[in-house]
Structures are given as C-alpha cells and as structure tokens.
Design a protein around this ligand. Structure first.
Ligand code: ADP
Length: 955
C-alpha cells in the first residue's frame, strides 16, 4: 500500500495550516455585504442586493437589511435567465407599461417602485451574478449613479470570484486531508492487520506493546503506556510501555482501580478520553495529576479508555513532548488506536482464557493420569519403599522437576527415602533446581509439615543471593516453587513428599497442591497398608512359631508323662525329642554322685555313625564341674551358644577339646548347651550339636526352645530320680521289716509261752502279793508286742503281694460275737461298754482268720480312741444282701481331711505320744476287705466319735 509520506501528522498539519490561512482572509460573504451596503449608499438608498451563482451552481444572495432574500433571488434568476448583457444597465419602473407583469410581481415582492439592475461580471468577463438597487419610490437613476453602481457591480464580481477561489482552495485542502485520513485509515487497517497477524497467539502484553510501537510514532508522541484492569478488578497493572525510563514507570506499575481526581481514572470511568493539551490545562482540571506530571518529560497527554462492549479493559496513554492542540483528526486517530487496542486485547484475553481452559483441561487429564498411574503402582506391590520411589519417579515428569520423599522411621526420625530429578543428567551437574528445594529455601518446612500435618505451597522462590529480576513488563518474576505435603494415613503422619518446579516452569497452583495431596494420600495409605501387613505377617509368623514351639513342648510333656517315673525311659525321650526338634546330635549329662564330674547318660544322633563318634568323643573325657563346655555350663548355670565353630577355633579356645574329633570329622559345627536345673540347683547339661554346612547355625530362638525343653527334662529327671530313690528306700524298709518281724517273732513266741506258764504258776501259788498282776501285765505287753509284729509281717506280705485268702462258709455274726467276747477284757480295761447287735446269723464265704483281724482292729481302735464311751457293734444283712459290720464309738473322732488317708499305710491322724500305734491296722483291714471284694468306710466328726462300716459280698 502506498503511504502518504512517513509522517502523516506532518502532512495533516500542513493542510491544516493552509486552511487556517485561508480562513484568516476576509470572507467573500463579508466583502459582498460591504459591497451591497456601499452600492445602496451610492444611489442614496438604503437597499441593495447581489445575487450570484455559488461554486455548486446554485443562486445565492447578499442583501441589505429589509430586503427579502427569497424575492431577491427569484428576481435575480428571472433577470439572469432572460437578460441580455449588452442591454445593461437595466432600469425598470412599475409605472412603466413596458415592464412585464412577472417582473412587476417580483419588484412588488421586493417593495420596489423603481429598480436599477446591473450584471456582475467575473474576471474572465462572464456574468456571474446581478447587482440590484430597488427603490421604494419611483425614481430615475442618473448616469453618474449608474456608473457608480456599475463600479460596485464590478467589485461584487471580484468578491464573488475570490470567494469561489477560496472555496475551491478549501475544498482541495479538505480533499487532501480526507485523502490523508483515508490513507491513515488504510494505515490503521494495516495496524489492525498487523495485530490480527499476531493473531490469537498474542498475549495482552504483546498487544499492548504492538499498539504502542505503532501508535507512538503515528501520533507523534514521546511515549505511551498500556494499563489493564487486573483479573480481580481491584487494580490496574502496567502491561506495556514505550519511551519511558524504569524509574518513571515505577510508580505506575500497579495502581489501585479507583484514583479519583486522576485523568486516567476519569477517562476509564466515563468511558471517554481525557485530553490534556498543556500543563496549564492539567493544573486547572486535574490538580492531583500535577505532581505526577511534573516528574515526566511530557507536557500534553491523551488518556484513552480501552473499552469493549461497555466493559472497561484498561487505559492507553500517550504523552507528548510539547503542549499542543489535539486536532479532531488526531483525536479520531488516537481513539481509533485505542479501539483497535481494546479489541485486540479482548481477543487476546479470550484466547488466553480459551488457552488456559485448554491447558487446564490438559493438566487435569495429566493429573488424573498421574493419579491413576500412581494408584496402579502403589497397589502392585507391598514393598512400599520401591512403590513410593516409583510414584516419585512418575511425579517428576509432567508434574514437577524434582521430588523427594521423607518418612519417619520407627524411632520417629525423618529419613529420606528418595530424590528424583526430571533430568537426572542435570542433577549430576549440580543443577540449580535443588536451590528451590524446601530444605534450601525453607529449611524447617519439612519438619513443619510433618509436625502440623498441613501442606505448604510456596511460589516466587529466587535462588539465594539473586536480586529482583527485571521489571520491564511490570510483572513480578515467577521464580521457583515447591509443594510440601504430609504422607498421612489413619490420622498419623508417616512422612512428607516434596515437589519442586524451577523458574522455567509455571509455578505450582492450588490445583497442583490438591493433586500433590491426593498423591500423598494414596502413597500414605499404601505405606500404612504395607506396614500393617508386614506387622500382621510378622505377628502371624511369630504366633505360628509360638504354636509350633508350644506343640513341641506339649508333645514332650506328653511323652515324659508316658515315660512315667522310669529314669532311663525319661532320658531316652528327652534325647530323642531334642534331637528331633532342634537337632542334630543331643548329649545329656548328669552330675555323678560325687558331685564333681559330669556323666554322659544319653547321646542321640539320627545318623548312627555320628552318634557313635559323638558318644566316643564325649565318653572319652569326663568333664569336671567348671571345665569344658558342659562343665562350665554347670558351674555358671548359664546357656552357652556357639553358632559357628570350626576345628581351629575349638583348638584355640581349649575349652572344646571334647568336640575336636567330631569337628575333625564333620567340619564346622554349631553348639548349644543349656543347664539342667531345678530350683536353681544345676545337676546336668543338655547339649545339641548341628552341622553348619548342612543346616543353619543355632540362634537365640533355638536356645529359648532348648531351655524350655531342659526345664521340663530337669523336672522329669528329678521326679524319676526321687521316685527311684523312694522306691528303693521303701523296698529296703519293707525288706528290713519283714526280716525283723520274722526275727522277732520266734523269740517273742517263746517268751510269751514262758510268761503264760509263769502266769499260771503265779496264779496257783500266789506267794508274793502283786506278782500275779505284774505277770499279767507282762503277758498283755507281750500280746501287744505280738500283735505289732503280726501287723508288720502282714504289711510285708501285702506289699509283696503275698496276702492269700482261705475262704470257708462261715457266720459273720458268730465271728463278731466271739471276737467281742475275746476282747471284752481289753474293752473293759479301756472303760468302754460294748453293745452288740448280731442276732441273726450272716453267712458267707470268707477267710475267717482275716475277718477276725478286721473285727479285732476296729474294736481295738474303738477302745483306743473311744474315750471310754460305749461302743456299738452291729452285724446285719445290708443292701443287695451284703453282709454289713458296723462299729461305732463316741470318742475323739477324725477330722474330715484325715478320713481318706487313715486307710493308707503308716498314715495316722493322731500324735504318737498320745496314742501308740504303727498306722497299719486300717490299711491291713482295707486290704483284707477289698481282697474279699468288699469295702470299708468311715463316718466321723471330731469330738463326736467315728462309725466304721464294712460291707462284704457273700462270695
Ligand atoms: P493305729 O495303730 O495308729 O491305730 P490304724 O491303722 O488302726 O493305726 O488307725 C490309723 C489311724 O486312724 C489312727 O492312728 C487314728 O488316728 C485313726 N483311728 C482309727 N480308728 C479310730 C477311731 N475309732 N477313732 C478315732 N480315730 C481312729
């Protein structure tokens, strides 16, 4: 496109100046006004008029006051149409009959009785109009008057010509200006075209810059600014500036939306421009603006609101070096620019909105994708450490430049799990991204987040030591940003995740924070789940382990119970079981009776050869208390665990010499020895040995199990040993009693015969007073002695299982009667009267001698413990036809807790000093009754007496 010169404003100014000059010359109209006034005066009249054709060809008139222009024009037209210039001047009188009626009418309309008319000739000689001199009275015009009038006609011709010239000059100036305007319009169209060419990709800042770069030279301004209303509508911010220094711009970067008294605010509010053509005008109209103005070079300003569809987008300001008048054209031009600018900004805004929405949608998609990927990753495995590292890796691609995960360990200390870089290769080069990490920029941020459980979003981070970046655009530099979110699960904070973006990326937003929180919530849950599961698994393994151990112990208990009190069986069970559950070889040693040496009592190994070698090894050297592995276990009472020893070690230690051959043969072994102890008294050791190559070395766990087994083994061994010792003691005692009984019996029988004989002799002779009684007493004593020896012999027989019954048909009532009779003397001595109820005979097949023994025992106990009270004896047929014998006394009675045990061997419920006896009578009686298939029981209460009941089947 052809432009009308580079400086359009200059062109327009040139035009304007010409027009101004033209306008400054006296106008044609004024000259004609003067001409008609003078022409009228030259005829001695008051009225005159001139009619002429204007540049458009229309007839116009200039008249003196009192004349009708319309009438003058029609008259002029009439004359000019029909006139013959040669016949001028014309003189018409109404009274003259030669005047045509039409003209007469026109003269009448002008109020003329006489009329002088002369053609007005132009410079070229052509007629351009007509000069009229109408007289209200009829009159004549002298030659002189006509000549003078003609002079004025000539002057009128000149004035009309000049007017035409001026008019055409103005027209051409206007035309030139219109052309310039047209050209400028085209130029603006090109501005718009340029703006549009930047198109939708332009930001508002770009639009602002483009408008200023094109507009400032176009309007001849010193500089300009574009401000836009901020998104929240509360402030106005500088978008672009041309021709101003940074200091000048500083106060204008961010302005409040409302600034009453300021021209820019006024323009924006009213929606119409404010023109300040000079500092004086500014002073008058906007005193508040003056201080700001004085800081600038500009002397005139144009404040142009940027509006689209009544919405206020901002302000375009041009500043001019000189005070000046803004022509209409300039105003139009600047307003046009402002309109273009506003529209372009609006387009850019719409584009930005659309772009933001699109980016947001894309970002939302990416976020969802990230969350979905993280979810899949986290649920893929229970190894939370690796999955969380994976999530951090995912996060450093689209989402952030850097990501770190810290977690609280079991001691509550924060530990870093991972750091991920979007570009790991740059991390190696000490990438500055780390400068924006929370620990660099806010050292306590991570602990704060972990402590409070609240996330943090920090933007605008500048690397340490850097100063504010350039503010050329009026915007704050964006800097780096980070987000810190707590890893939370079940209201507990488990750690924190940090995400960092460098300054090249848009800073994190609230939406990013909520994504980070979502991500951390998922990771937190995964960590918590994994930890819980690990714990549950460990607990399960532990409880399985416990259950297995408990089973072993229960098994061992059962096996030991089965082995009973038999020491060899008990030792065998222990060795086998220990070898089976802990393995492999088991050596059980007990302290020998001398208390100084350990005796290997049981050795077990599943492999016979190993067992043989082990036995040989252990037997070869008896260990002394305090010596060797086993000896020192006895002296210390503590377990010894040697997880992995080889022959060299054993040789070096010197304390394992007993195992050397075994180690030589089988290689490195694991050894474990625990003491066998009851109530703190160590009486042996239980050791195990395992091939390290074939199985794992013993651990604490094995030690605990072996100790539990050893506790049980020690008790079982102790019981079996005690039992063995007790049985042996009883056997020895029984043997002794039986021997002693027999040995005593023979001389006692002889002695009793002698005493009986002596008694008979002393009764007959009765020489010495009291001798008979003493002999009788000796006889009773020997009887009692005989009974005691019988009891001892019976006890021996019963223990040895030699009690045999001689059954015969007999009457229990008769036997009881006889026995009571036989013992009546003894009962009488005790002071007890016996009431016997045994009328009917009670027959059965029983051992007479043994039953006599039973009745005798019960009666002698009734006499002994009956306190001299009456004794009732009854024999009858009881339930199911059984024979029943009841012996009831009213003596000392028996405490309930003693009533069961008095039927046991040697058991007594009384003090031996008060009542003599062996505690065998009731035991023997029970043995006899039970060997008859019957039973014996007692009912008694202390101080009330006792009732013994014997029931015997007839057969
Ligand atoms: P002992 O030689 O001691 O009498 P026995 O076996 O006959 O032995 O009796 C066992 C214990 O039973 C006695 O020591 C005594 O304590 C208690 N006893 C037996 N008969 C009676 C009874 N009739 N009245 C009270 N206590 C009795």
């Amino acid at each position: 496109m052809q432009m009308p010169g580079n400086n359009f404003v200059a062109a327009v100014e040139r035009m304007s100046r010409a027009l101004e000059q033209l306008a400054a010359a006296p106008s044609a109209k004024a000259m004609l006004q003067e001409v008609v006034r003078c022409a009228a005066a030259s005829l001695g009249m008051e009225r005159a008029a001139v009619v002429w054709f204007d540049t458009e060809g229309a007839l116009v008139a200039q008249v003196t006051p009192g004349l009708s222009t319309e009438a003058v024009v029609s008259c002029g037209r009439h004359l000019l149409q029909g006139a013959e210039l040669d016949s001028a001047p014309w003189h018409f009188d109404l009274g003259d009959t030669g005047v045509e009626p039409k003209l007469a009418g026109m003269m009448d309309a002008m109020g003329a009785a006489s009329l002088l008319a002369l053609p007005v000739l132009g410079a070229s000689g052509g007629c351009v109009g007509i000069l009229l001199g109408p007289s209200p009275e009829p009159r004549t015009f002298s030659c002189e008057e006509t000549r003078r009038f003609n002079l004025y006609a000539r002057l009128a011709g000149l004035a009309i010509e000049r007017g035409r010239w001026v008019e055409s000059a103005r027209t051409s100036a206007l035309q030139a200006r219109a052309e310039a305007e047209q050209a400028e319009l085209l130029r603006l169209t090109s501005v718009q075209a340029v703006t549009e060419a930047f198109g939708r990709a332009l930001t508002r800042e770009d639009v602002g810059r483009a408008v200023l770069e094109l507009g400032v030279p176009a309007v001849g301004a010193l500089g300009g600014t574009v401000h836009q209303v901020s998104a929240d509508g509360r402030s106005v911010e500088l978008v672009a500036a041309v021709g101003s220094s940074l200091e000048e711009l500083a106060p204008w970067k961010l302005l409040p939306r409302e600034m009453p008294g300021m021209p820019g605010y006024d323009a924006s509010e009213r929606g119409s421009p404010v023109w300040l053509e000079s500092p004086e005008e500014a002073r008058t109209r906007y005193p508040a603006f003056v201080p700001a103005m004085e800081r600038q070079l500009a002397k005139a300003f144009a404040f142009l609101p940027l509006r689209v569809e009544q919405r206020n987008l901002g302000l375009l300001v041009f500043g001019f070096a000189q005070a000046r008048h803004f022509t209409e054209l300039e105003r139009t031009l600047m307003l046009g620019l402002a309109r273009q600018c506003a529209q372009a900004m609006e387009r850019a805004r719409l584009y930005e909105t659309e772009r933001t929405a699109r980016l947001q949608a894309e970002a939302a998609g990416q976020r969802l994708q990230l969350l979905a990927d993280a979810g899949v990753l986290l649920s893929s495995s229970l190894e939370w450490e690796s999955t969380v590292v994976g999530v951090a890796r995912l996060a450093v691609d689209a989402y952030s430049d850097w990501c770190a995960v810290d977690f609280l360990d079991e001691h509550g200390a924060l530990r870093r799990l991972t750091v991920q870089h979007a570009r790991p290769e740059r991390a190696l080069l000490n990438d500055t991204i780390e400068l924006f990490s929370p620990e660099r920029s806010r050292p306590s941020a991570i602990t704060d987040v972990v402590r409070t459980g609240r996330s943090q979003l920090v933007t605008g981070l500048l690397p340490p030591g850097s100063c504010e970046a350039e503010a050329g655009t009026g915007r704050q530099p964006e800097g780096g940003s980070f987000i810190l979110v707590p890893l939370v699960a079940r209201q507990r904070t488990l750690g924190a995740m940090s995400f960092v973006r460098g300054p090249e990326r848009p800073p994190f937003t609230e939406a990013d924070r909520s994504l980070a929180e979502d991500l951390a919530a998922r990771a937190g849950l995964a960590i918590d789940n994994a930890r819980l599961l690990r714990k549950a698994r460990a607990a399960e393994a532990e409880s399985r382990h416990h259950a297995a151990r408990l089973r072993i112990l229960v098994d061992v208990d059962r096996m030991l119970a089965e082995a009973g009190l038999d020491l060899p069986a008990v030792l065998d069970v222990i060795a086998r079981k220990v070898s089976e559950v802990i393995g492999d070889g088991c050596v059980l040693q007990l302290m020998a009776e001398d208390g100084d040496f350990l005796e290997p009592v049981t050795i077990h190994h599943p492999d016979p050869e190993a067992r043989w070698l082990l036995a040989g090894t252990v037997h070869a050297r008896r260990q002394k208390r305090g010596e060797g592995l086993h000896g020192s276990t006895v002296s210390s009472g503590r377990a010894v665990l040697l997880p992995d020893i080889d022959v060299e070690e054993a040789r070096a230690s010197g304390g394992l010499s007993e195992y050397l051959p075994y180690l030589d043969r089988y290689g490195p072994q694991s050894l474990l020895v625990v003491p066998l102890a009851v109530k703190g008294r160590v009486f042996g050791t239980l050791g195990v040995v395992r091939d390290v190559a074939g199985g794992r070395p013993y651990a604490e766990d094995d030690q605990l199990l072996l100790q539990s087994l050893a506790e049980r083994a020690a008790l079982a061994i102790q019981d079996a040993r005690l039992y063995g010792a007790a049985t042996e003691a009883v056997r020895l005692r029984d043997d002794f009693l039986s021997v002693a009984g027999h040995e005593l019996k023979t001389p006692l029988s002889a002695l009793r015969l002698q005493i009986q004989m002596l008694a008979r002799v002393t009764r007959d002779v009765a020489t010495t007073p009291g001798l008979a009684q003493r002999v009788e007493k000796a006889e009773r004593t020997s009887e009692r002695l005989g009974a005691l020896i019988d009891e001892l012999l019976d006890a021996g027989r019963i223990t040895a299982g030699r009690l045999t019954l001689q059954r015969e048909e007999m009457d229990l009532a008769a036997l009881t009667r006889d026995t009571v009779g036989r013992m009546s003397e003894a009962l009488a001595r005790a002071g007890s009267e016996v009431k016997l109820v045994a009328d009917a005979s009670v027959m059965g097949r029983w051992d007479r001698v043994r039953l006599e023994q039973v009745v005798g025992n019960l009666l002698s106990n009734a006499a002994k413990y009956g306190r001299g009270q009456p004794v009732e004896v009854c024999v009858e047929t009881g339930r199911e036809g059984r024979a029943r014998l009841v012996v009831k006394d009213h003596g000392i009675g028996i405490a309930p807790e003693d009533q069961g045990r008095i039927f046991e061997r040697f058991e007594r419920a009384v003090n031996g000093k008060q009542f003599h006896g062996l505690g065998l009578g009731l035991w023997i009686s029970r043995e006899i009754v039970e060997s008859h298939g019957g039973h014996i029981q007692v009912w008694s209460a202390p101080g009330e007496g006792s009732t013994f009941t014997v029931e015997l089947p007839r057969e």
